[in-house]
Design a protein around this ligand. Structure first.
Ligand code: 13P
Length: 340
């Protein structure tokens, strides 16, 4: 465990004005996204699309790191360099998704636990040798009648902690992602309570497995109203509730907190981040680690056509720029309109 390397990596991931691009969609998720734009989904088309994003000129001003899917980490950029090496050359830290997705929890209807601990120590060594310096593991918490159960929170927290300890032992910064889904008709108040329980269980497990808080990044969902809830919390309420939960549960010693977008609109994800990052006196930097809210406009512009690559890169650059401002509390809605 190289503590200096872990500290350097974690600090660089949340450097001022920068955030993370989540580009670790599984091939199945890519299939759905590519279908929505009428593009064929093959290993090669996924390579071309990821290459488009990573090759966007100047995007490294706003993007500190990229989360890769295993397939992408083994693919090469157009110049022949493996993607991890290509990114590192641009000053972007390569990261890797290491979980293997979710499975049903026995006796806990509708709830999931994340798989992937078997053989992880060996895989982690290989990822380090490939140049990956941080890793992601996503746990999924669903809100519904009688759920989440204690069983679900406990099982996921322990898997997250075991994974985080394995990462740190291999000098890879763990990005722990307990995602509370926004699907459902729950209120923002209920979402806040579930986030609090989830994060408490998560950090209790971190302590149980002696995970070093100083070398850990939290990737969390925001406290928003359920998608089907008739009353939608506004930007200020989302920011207030999310920051309150984080203050209650996340140790001050942690180097940073990043957010997933979770199906929010692109602009809502930016506005929420901006409002939270404007809060004075927080013990940790807050920034983005979005997939959909960073990639949506680029994907729609690209449509799988080589002729659209430059325009798609422009769209991606714009979202990265807006979020780069938002994580400093410097974004304004007018900036979106000026660019349009
Ligand atoms: P979204 O921003 O699309 O929620 O994806 C982030 C992520 O990495 C989910 O695991």
């Amino acid at each position: 465990m190289d503590k200096q390397l872990l500290s350097r990596t974690a600090a660089a991931m949340v450097a001022k004005g920068k955030g993370i691009l989540a580009a670790d969609e599984s091939s199945g998720t890519c299939e759905k996204r590519f279908q929505s734009i009428g593009a064929e989904c093959t290993g090669e088309s996924r390579r071309v699309y990821r290459g488009l994003l990573f090759g966007t000129p100047g995007v490294e001003q706003f993007v500190s790191g990229v989360i890769l899917f295993d397939e992408t980490a083994r693919q090469k950029a157009n110049d022949g360099a493996p993607f991890p090496e290509y990114l590192a050359r641009k000053g972007i830290i390569p990261g890797i998704k290491v979980d293997k997705g979710t499975v049903d929890i026995p006796f806990s209807a509708g709830e999931k636990v994340t798989d992937g601990l078997d053989g992880l120590q060996k895989r982690m060594k290989e990822y380090f040798d490939m140049g990956c310096r941080f890793a992601k593991w996503r746990a999924v918490i669903t809100i519904g009648e009688g759920i989440p159960t204690h069983t679900c929170l406990y099982a996921n927290a322990h898997a997250l902690a075991r994974y985080a300890a394995i990462c740190q032992e291999a000098s890879i910064v763990p990005m722990i992602e307990p995602e509370v889904l926004l699907e459902g008709s729950h209120t923002a108040e209920r979402s806040e309570a579930v986030h609090e329980e989830t994060l408490r269980a998560t950090y209790a497990a971190m302590a149980a497995y002696r995970v070093s808080i100083e070398h850990l990044i939290l990737k969390t969902s925001m406290v928003v109203s359920g998608k089907a809830c008739p009353r939608q919390a506004n930007v200020d309420e989302v920011a207030e509730r999310t920051v309150r939960v984080l203050k209650r549960t996340v140790p001050a010693a942690q180097p940073g907190v990043v957010f997933l977008s979770g199906g929010q609109s692109d602009e809502a994800a930016t506005a929420h981040l901006n409002a939270m990052a404007s809060t004075k006196g927080l013990p940790w930097p807050l920034t983005f680690s979005y997939s959909r809210a960073l990639q949506n406009p680029a994907l729609k512009t690209w449509k799988g056509q080589a002729a659209n690559i430059a325009a798609a890169q422009k769209a991606f650059y714009h979202r990265a720029h807006m979020n780069g401002l938002a994580c400093q509390g410097k974004w304004k809605p007018e900036l979106e309109r000026q660019a349009a």
